[in-house]
Design a protein. Structure first.
Length: 120
């Protein structure tokens, strides 16, 4: 598993780790019951403090995206269908926010859609 981190971003590293793992689940790259690297191993691979990885794993566990089984490791949870839907909703919220800002600048929805269609 390759976790891409951008140390120049304002987004905290632990949130970037969460986002990457959720993205891999949404894409079907990480599958239910698949084992994740240990906290120490991922921290070493990324060159970061293990506490940062631990924080990301703890949050993912609270969200029921992953589960830790004592003495066996950390695994993707059995039911992760909600992750893709959650990601979609997150991006739709961000898009709506951007659309509102563009409308405040005087752009019409039709103009914005026309520009988006040009890009794809």
């Amino acid at each position: 598993m390759v976790v891409n981190l951008d140390f120049k971003k304002r987004e905290p590293i632990y949130e970037q780790i969460i986002s990457e793992i959720e993205r891999y689940i949404a894409l079907g790259i990480l599958k239910p019951k698949e084992q994740l690297p240990s906290v120490r191993m991922l921290a070493m691979d990324l060159g970061i403090n293990p506490n940062t990885v631990k924080k990301a794993y703890d949050i993912l566990e609270k969200k029921k995206v992953i589960e830790t089984i004592s003495t066996k490791g950390t695994f993707i949870a059995e039911k992760t269908d909600f992750v893709k839907e959650e990601k979609k909703n997150q991006f739709l919220e961000e898009m709506n926010s951007i659309l509102l800002e563009l409308e405040k600048l005087g752009f019409k929805k039709e103009e914005i859609l026309k520009e988006l269609k040009k890009e794809s």
